[in-house]
Ligand binder design. Sequence first.
Ligand code: GDG
Length: 459
Amino acid sequence: MSRLIVISNRVSPPTGDGPGNQGGLAVALSAALRESSGIWFGWSGEETETFTGHINFQRSYGVTTATIDLEAQDVEEYYNGYANCTLWPLFHNRLDLAEFERGFAGGYARVNDRLAETVAPLIEDSDLIWVHDYHLMLLGRNLRARGVKNRIGFFLHIPWPPARLLESLPGHGELFDAMLDFDVIGFQSENWRDSFIEYVQGHTDATIDQNGIVSLGDRQAQIIVCPIGIDFTEFHQAAHGEVARESCRRMKRSANGRTMIVGVDRLDYSKGLPERFLGYERLLGSRPDLHGQLFLLQIAPPSREQVRSYQQIRATLDSLSGRINGEFADAEWVPLRYINKGYPRDALAGIYRASRIGLITPLCDGMNLVAKEYVAAQDPEDPGVLILSQFAGAARQLTDALIVNPHSPDELAEAIDRALRMTKKERKERWHSLMANIRDEDVRWWQECFAKALAGSPV
Ligand code: GDG
């Protein structure tokens, strides 16, 4: 078995906190790294005055991590700048929020190069290299420039934008060209793969064959669709543990007989939170009979707080939630519980289980793991209903959810109403079908699917 080198912007070493407190991605990658005696390399999240390339090796729970510190200017231009103010909004259909600063692009190129320079000496001939996400799209090129001949794969966790949007990015041609130094490029769903193919065909001299091999000169990259899943076993275990049971009991007590709807999202403009609130407001406005009967719990831990567009979305939500509660609440009922803090994963599982509806309505989302976690946490004898945006990668797999257009307040209101009226029989049928997918195509399936392509086997 070849050794695996995982490279990502941030590294999440295993914590040993037990089931329910580590993200699924970290669990899956840690398992693969442990089995292959691999290394997980990336930024420590810390800053240093002058970049030295010093690697801090650590070993925890059988996984070796190798991290480096970056200069403040690197963090500003590469991470806050190009990754979060240029690529993230552009790749999530928000050209209006994208900032195109040469300084950001320069910082991105510099950090990709620094990471390549630092990791290259660790790479042995038979290693397989797996690069993650939009922060590191130049890394394949930078490693090749240092003579690395190993197989290198890249997995994009977020959407690939339509070609007409990508065209707005200065230097998009060079970015694409650099990506052809990867041997495998993985996408979360057919939609994002198709946008990539549209770009290849309309904007480049590369060709693509029936097997998804993109060729340009003597370089070839295999394009695959490989949707990420959750760590089903771990999450299922967490959902049945004491913490989850207690959190479910407490939530039900606090609901006091009212029907609970839940949404859990990083506070990000791609997650469609204002639109979700407006859909809920539409329902309350048109259905006075529901007043006092239900409430929406929206958990939205803040993220990327240094970035202006994230400060703006937070202010928008503060004002919208205030308006909705101001208009509809009475002394004994608050229709919207809007919370800006995170919960431990196992407590979240209990909250999911206590709710009749999971309302997951991003405007654009690579996959969306919360949708899968919501389903996995349900009581098989009385499962809740998943309402899912058509624009989440997950919608291609979770076809038995109630699929909605998150931009339409009427559609959202109708879907909530339909979910409230759904018979237990229909809820169970839909849940069984959703569970089958979530169990079969879990995070290990995803990791094995990518690893197979990376090793050069047919997928
Ligand atoms: C990117 C892509 C893709 C959320 N709140 C809390 C909490 N979470 C956990 C969830 C879930 C994870 O964070 C969020 O994952 P998502 O998939 O929903 O979204 P992104 O963070 O945007 O992730 C996305 C993903 O990468 C993987 O490829 O699916 O499309 O955008 O696991 O449970 N966890 C805890 N407390 C919280 O309050 N502990």
